[in-house]
Structures are given as C-alpha cells and as structure tokens.
Design a protein around this ligand. Structure first.
Ligand SMILES: Cc1ncc(COP(=O)(O)O)c(C=O)c1O
Length: 400
C-alpha cells in the first residue's frame, strides 16, 4: 500500500488524537529507521525515549525470541519466572524493595498515586490525600495523571477532574513548603522535566525536596518514565543527585520497545498493597518482562551508560557551538542524552527541515527542540545532525 493510501486509511479509521508527521515508518535498526518508500532517517527521538538501546537491539530480540518459545502470557493468579527475575534486577540496582508491574507510564503513576493515598489511610490518616506536583510537569493521560500533570492544556474538556492535586513551580523549594497543609501526602516530580521542555533541577533541588518531605512526613515520588533507564547516563536519573525517593515510576525504555510500566517503592511502603488492592491483567507479562530483563542487563554490563555520558557531553558541546553562533538559540540544556535547545520562536519548521534532510527530532512546548537519540548513538551521527542544523540555521539567518 502506498504512503498516501496508508495515511488516508489512518485518518479514516483511527481517532485523530495524534498530530502526526506525514511519514510512515516501516523498519528500524540501531539508530536508523526507514519509511515505506525506503527513505532513511537517523533517529534522535527514539520513540520518545523508548528505544534507548536503539531499534531491535540483538539482546532484546534474543530475549523476546526465547520467551516466545516458552510462554506469552499467564495471569497474576500464578507466579512466573521472567517477572521475578526483572523485579530482582530492578530492586538490586535501585533504592526500592518492592515493585508493581503494569503497562505504561500513566498506569505506573496511577499506581504511585494510589499507593501514596493508601499509605496514609493505613497510617490512620484518612484526610491525607493531596499530592503536590510541578507546573509544566507531565505524568500521563488517565484522569488522575492529567490532573497530576501541571499543564491545563492536557486537562481541558475532561472535567470534572479528580480532587487532590496542587501545583507549584519546578525548582522552587519555598513554593513547595508554602503549598503543604494537613491534607498533603506526597510530592511528585520528574527529576528532569521532559515534555515540559527539558528542565533540569538545580544541584540542591531534589535534595531539598527530600528534606522537606522528611520534615513533614510526606512521600517523595520520582517520575522517571522519560529520564530513567539510562537516558541521563546512569540507570536512574536520581542517582546523579545523592537522593532517594520513596516511590519511583518507570515505563518507556524499560521494555526495549514492548509496552511496560513499573512502580517501585521503598521498604516503608512494602506492605501497602495487599492482595486484591491493585492489579493489572497484563502487568508483569512474561514477554515484556523478558525484554525488560535484557534491557537492564545490557544497560548495566555493556558500557552503554558510560557511552551515554560521553556522547551526551559531546552532543551538548556541539549544540552549544550553535548556540554561540545564533542569537535565536536561547539555551542548550539537559543531561546525558536528553538534550533541549530553546529557540526564541516556534521549532516546528526546524523539525520539518531536519526530517527532509533525514533526521527525526522533536519539539516540545512549541519552542524547545528535544534530542533523545538511542544511547548507542555515535559521534559521526551527532556530527551529521549538527551539520544539518547548522545549514538550516545559516539559511534562516540569510532569509532575514
Ligand atoms: C515523565 C512522564 N511520565 C508519564 C508519561 C506517560 O507515559 P505513557 O505514555 O506510557 O502512559 C510520560 C510520557 O511521555 C512521561 O514523559
């Protein structure tokens, strides 16, 4: 079927809830994808921080292939090996002592919100249910998670929203202190805001949040759905900041391309979910778990994290060279291989021009170009994108 027909059929049969580029992706390998016409693109989006090991990483394919020979699904009415193995791997390499598996980031955040509320109830504090979240955060698209999300644009039209959330500016500790009252149970934050524009915490922010939570007996929730799984050069983003949350959510890259989500919690929450209190049919699905295990092992043992840190520095340096040349670039920021370039005007034209030249990049909050290549990206690939950007920007200056 040709591209035009495919796009027409998509528009005919699928709700138009996504703003899509007119490209039909047919194949991917490593850092490259091909569309149905065979046009090649270097991928600096990674399925929005999903393909952290690149497309069809051999270790992930092997794990999936082997699991398909054994078991695709069984209910959580029973125990199953891949689930136990991935849980152990995550727990041995994080602050956590328990994990709940689900299928997406929103679902992991729902579980985090539920466990925070339940914890307070179990402590005999039924009036504590309010969660402080950050302006420009993004936590998902279910009713509770759009409400947790500190951006009105995602909430509009879906009212009435559930109660129990309030918003404060990111990187502002006094605002958190001021928002706390007798109903507050938790503070929920992305260690680096992804959708909100690649906003990084100050050196003291996350530690400051920990101190506030300890002082007021609140739970600290880190949403690492986008920045976890090696994206910043450590397995988890919080590991850069000498601070541990009580709850952390993961999804996206954990499944190596398969749908997955996980909510991890520390020792004090370990008895909060009792049999029947929370569940998911596909949570802990053997195929997704097998892929997840391959992802974590590859990140930990194949030098991917070191490579990510090195390439992150290199890439940021090259983007900063552009910032020094063009006044319409306001800032380059980020950590590891989640990098943002803030422009003074809308970035869509740049995204389209990159696409014409064979590069997938993304733009968030209208003006922030976001670069999230697979963590296995090479210097050569970074150079080729930076060269393309520099031609695009030079032509733009000429036009003026
Ligand atoms: C930080 C963060 N949390 C949650 C989500 C929601 O994840 P999902 O789309 O898998 O529900 C996203 C998705 O972009 C995200 O970036």
């Amino acid at each position: 079927m040709d591209k035009k027909r495919l796009i027409e059929k998509t528009n005919k049969y699928i709700f138009p809830s996504y703003k899509r580029f007119p490209v039909v992706i047919a194949e991917g390998k490593g850092c490259t994808v091909w569309d149905v016409n065979g046009k090649e693109y270097l991928d600096f989006v990674s399925g929005i921080a999903v393909n952290n090991l690149g497309h069809r990483h051999p270790a992930v394919l092997k794990a999936i292939r082997e699991q398909t020979q054994k078991l695709l699904h069984c209910s959580n009415l029973y125990y199953s090996l891949p689930q136990i193995e991935l849980a152990e791997l995550l727990i041995k390499n994080s602050f956590a002592s328990r994990v709940f598996f689900c299928n997406s980031g929103a679902e992991a955040n729902e579980a985090a919100i539920k466990i925070a509320r339940k914890y307070a109830k179990d402590q005999g504090k039924p009036d504590k249910f309010k969660i402080i979240t950050m302006i420009n955060s993004f936590h998902g698209r279910t009713l509770a998670t759009i409400t947790a999300t500190g951006q009105k644009i995602f909430q509009k039209g879906f009212e009435p929203l559930p109660r129990g959330f309030c918003y404060v500016p990111f990187n502002n500790l006094p605002a958190v202190e001021a928002a706390i009252n007798d109903h507050t149970v938790a503070v929920m934050v992305e260690p680096i805001q992804g959708e909100g524009g690649v906003n990084c915490p100050s050196d003291t922010y996350l530690k400051g949040l920990r101190k506030i939570c300890d002082r007021h007996d609140l739970l600290l929730i880190f949403d690492e759905v986008q920045v976890g799984m090696g994206r910043t050069g450590r397995l988890f983003c919080y590991q850069h900041y000498q601070v541990e949350p009580d709850i952390m959510t993961l999804a996206k890259a954990l499944g190596g391309g398969l749908p997955i989500g996980a909510m991890l919690a520390n020792e004090k929450l370990k008895d909060t979910l009792s049999p029947g209190s929370h569940a998911s049919t596909f949570g802990g699905n053997p195929l997704a778990m097998a892929a997840g295990k391959a992802v974590v092992n590859t990140l930990l043992h194949d030098g991917v994290l070191q490579h990510c840190r090195k390439m992150g520095e290199y890439f940021k340096g090259r983007l900063t060279e552009l910032e020094e040349q063009y006044s319409f670039i306001k800032e380059v920021r980020g950590k590891g291989l989640i990098l943002g370039m803030e422009l003074s005007s809308n970035g869509t034209e740049t995204v389209n021009q990159c696409m014409e030249r064979g590069f997938l990049i993304n733009c968030t909050m209208d003006r922030i170009l976001r670069f999230m290549p697979p963590l296995i990206i090479t210097e050569k690939a970074v150079d080729s994108l930076v060269n393309a950007l520099s031609i695009i920007f030079r032509n733009r200056e000429k036009k003026k």
